[in-house]
Design a protein around this ligand. Structure first.
Ligand code: FAD
Ligand code: NAP
Ligand code: SF4
Length: 684
């Protein structure tokens, strides 16, 4: 038998009363499937697919133990026998695939986006408009009993365990620090009193569920808020939780109100594994052998295996990577890592959807959470298709059509696949986008798509090809903003800068502050080859993260490297720039540019460009004319569809489908392009 390709990752983990098949824990993610009864079958199919893919232990999204713990009104709750029976469909489906599953108990406390929320003290959080009710001592007791009841019901529902959510600034975490706990009774005061709540919960849950039931405790190891726990406190709690009966300790990094990114694509891979290692070393030194799970930005088997090999943890938590690819573990086991559809940590279809009250999915895998409605079935009849354009839309369509058994020719005018992702991947902090191109290149090989690079194909060629239909995925062209003077030598488009590496001067005005304007600004302020995402120590310094043993909460003053250029970012709309950026990542882009002293100006009219710079006025009256002195102006003024082949193809009588940017450029992103492509390919 050949040696395991990832010996640490794929080793079983003996928990005494049960054994996990490997070291992969599917981290809890709120997908929206939890809320309301109508999604239970979909949730069963979603988890069953991950169990079939070989995950060692799945953790569900959070279920509240009572209504006070709701994340939002009518959030998923497990507090009755009837609700437990509904969960049985999930546990049976997972067990039928040979998997194991624990249910997360999530009490959001003052983070609850609902009027019934409760907390240790009456202190509103910055991320909810509702001020929590301060619990009486009896009220605290009622919450503990709700956790215990919830865990017992989870056992009745057939779960293999529960995860007690004790981190990210939720209810339990709120008791631990004086930032949110000002109580003077037995649940407040010094640390030994403040930490009583989690210890009581874990020990009483253990008593109620018996010895042979998994209890995972999610421990906040690094709060990333100024008055968060000290390291000594976190260690004291870790030891007490292990002694109270936790089977596994999972890592929590950062409260939700923290202003430091913890999972975005610009966070280095495995950026916080050192924190888990530090905790593990402390617990092992005290003779505690409870397995620890490390978490955040672990998205390849190589990284996971290395972190485990380095002794950072006993398991890794993969959450979004299992949305992106349900077969992550099976592919790693078969030594087929090249086939893994890597999570690029964009948050666009998962976390951003959750915050917009939409069902989650995945930008690179639109089937995620839609397993019962989006199926890729073998074609009943093999047909020939031409796909024109190998950007995200064309790649998704061509490879899905071929996977279904159709014969596919994919024509691309450039010398490589990827379309605009070839620019996106050059942005510092967006290096992960290259993974999607790697994945699609591999899919082209394995599905048998015939790829024709450097081919700007014409309508008559396509007509002669005898295709059942042509899919036009030709993307976009840059919008012409028609600014007087834009033909000057000091004016470039984002394509000139990102794709053709045209030289840019030291002072730059960027016209347009959409996703591309922000990305171009980030590119221009970063010295070439110095993306902090690729250098953990630089990234930690840039955001002000430090060893929690030296500073409470692990946060210090940010020390960003000086900007490579002086950049001014402009838009015509009045108001804050970057409003249209991702819900969970927009603030990161804005903060990153502010750290690089990028000046952001809204409400401008572009009057003209001259050798001395950009001349602007303000407001409808076009007042207060001013020169923004700069050496280079970069145009990022939006995009228009490119579909020059549509009319000739239609005239030639061919069936044409438009997808991605070729279909609609307004508010286009790769999420829509890939989703549209896969859905079309699934039904052709
Ligand atoms: P495109 O990617 O534009 O691909 C079209 C392809 O068709 C090109 O390869 C082109 O060469 C080819 N083509 C055109 N005409 C012909 C022809 N006649 N014959 C053959 N081939 C032809 N989106 C996100 O979701 N998240 C992000 O974070 C993000 N960041 C971005 C950052 C930058 C800097 C840029 C530029 C874009 C970013 N985008 C992002 C946008 C995303 O890349 C696009 O939405 C997506 O690429 C659109 O896909 P598409 O396949 O429709 O078009
Ligand atoms: P965009 O987001 O639509 O932004 C276009 C910008 O150009 C806006 O700031 C707009 O603001 C300005 N503009 C529009 N018409 C103009 C004109 N005639 N003259 C001057 N300025 C004009 O488009 P984009 O930045 O080109 O991005 C393209 C797509 O890629 C976007 O839809 C986006 O979703 C996607 N993308 C996403 C990300 C991400 O992080 N998720 C990153 C990059 C790109 P004013 O009209 O106010 O001037
Ligand atoms: Fe990962 Fe983006 Fe998919 Fe979310 S949407 S799972 S972050 S690739």
């Amino acid at each position: 038998m050949s040696a395991s390709p990832y010996p640490h990752l794929l080793a079983p983990l003996d928990l005494g009363f049960t054994t996990l098949a490997n070291r992969v824990l599917m981290g809890s993610m709120h997908t929206g499937l939890e809320d309301g009864r109508k999604h239970f079958d979909a949730m069963a199919a979603y988890f069953a697919e991950r169990a079939r893919g070989g995950v060692g232990l799945i953790v569900t999204g959070g279920f509240a133990p009572n209504i006070e713990g709701w994340a939002k009104p009518f959030a998923g709750t497990l507090s009755t026998g009837g609700a437990a029976r509904r969960h049985q469909g999930i546990t049976r489906a997972v067990h039928a695939e040979g998997g194991k599953i624990a249910m997360q108990i999530l009490h959001t406390g003052r983070y609850g986006y609902q009027p019934l929320c409760v907390a240790p003290s009456r202190i509103q959080s910055p991320i909810s408009p509702f001020t929590p009710r301060e619990l009486s001592a009896r009220g605290v007791e009622r919450q503990i009993r709700a956790f215990v009841r919830c865990a017992k019901l989870a056992r009745e529902a057939g779960y293999d365990g529960v995860e007690v959510m004790g981190s990210e600034g939720y209810f339990i975490n709120q008791f631990l620090v004086t930032h949110t706990n000002r109580r003077t009774d037995e649940w407040g005061g010094d640390y030994s009193q403040r930490m009583r709540l989690p210890v009581e919960i874990v020990s009483r849950v253990r008593e109620a569920v018996g010895a042979d039931f998994i209890i995972i405790y999610r421990l906040s190891m690094l709060d990333l808020i100024p008055d968060g726990s000290t390291w000594a406190e976190a260690v004291q709690l870790g030891k007490a939780i292990a002694q109270a009966g936790a089977t596994i300790i999972n890592t929590g990094i950062g409260w939700h109100e923290a202003r430091i990114p913890t999972i975005a694509t610009s966070v280095p891979r495995g950026a916080f594994a050192w924190v888990t290692k530090k905790m593990r070393d402390e617990l092992r030194a005290a003779g505690i052998t409870t397995p620890l799970v490390t978490s955040n930005r672990i998205n390849t088997p190589e990284v996971a295996d290395r972190l485990l090999g380095d002794g950072c943890a006993d398991m890794v938590s993969l959450a979004r990577p299992l949305l992106a690819d349900a077969d992550f573990v099976a592919k790693a086991r078969a030594d087929r890592a090249a086939d893994i559809n890597t999570c690029i940590a964009c948050n666009q279809a998962c976390l951003d959807h959750t915050f917009a009250n939409k069902l989650s999915s995945c930008l690179v895998n639109p089937r995620a959470c839609h397993e019962t409605t989006l199926t890729i079935a073998p074609a009943t009849e093999r047909r020939r298709y031409a796909v024109v354009g190998a950007g995200p839309a064309g790649l998704a369509t061509a490879t899905t059509l071929a996977e279904r058994g159709h014969a596919v020719d994919l024509f691309e005018s450039a010398d490589r696949i990827g379309g605009q992702f070839n620019m996106a991947k050059r942005i510092p902090g967006k290096e992960e986008f290259a993974e999607t191109l790697r994945y699609f290149a591999r899919r082209i090989e394995t599905t048998g798509v015939r790829l024709h690079l450097n081919r700007r194909v014409q309508a008559d060629e396509l007509k002669a090809g005898g295709y059942a239909a042509v899919i036009l995925a030709t993307g976009v062209t840059a919008r012409d903003p028609k600014i007087p003077g834009q033909d000057g030598p000091n004016v470039l488009s984002y394509i000139d800068v990102l794709l053709h590496a045209k030289p840019v001067g030291p002072r730059v005005a960027v016209i347009g502050a959409g996703g591309i304007g922000f990305d171009v600004a980030e590119f221009l302020v970063t010295p070439p080859g110095h993306s902090p995402t690729l250098n953990l120590q630089e990234w930690l310094a840039e955001w002000g993260v430090t060893d929690p043993a030296t500073v409470r909460g692990g946060v210090v003053r940010a020390q960003p490297a000086p900007p490579a250029r002086q950049v001014t970012l402009l838009q015509r709309k009045a108001g804050k720039l970057g409003k249209g950026l991702g819900k969970t990542t927009g603030w990161i882009h804005r903060a990153a540019l502010q750290m690089k002293q990028v000046e952001m100006i809204g409400g401008v009219n572009y009057e003209r460009i001259g050798p001395e710079g950009l001349f602007v006025t303000y407001g409808e009256q076009r007042k207060d004319g001013q020169i923004i002195p700069c050496d280079t102006v970069v145009l990022c003024a939006g995009q228009e569809p490119l579909r020059e082949l549509q009319a000739p193809l239609a005239a030639a009588g061919l069936t044409v489908h438009l997808i991605g940017g070729a279909d609609e450029a307004a508010e286009l992103d790769a999420k829509r392009a890939i989703d549209q492509g896969i859905r079309l390919a699934a039904r052709l």
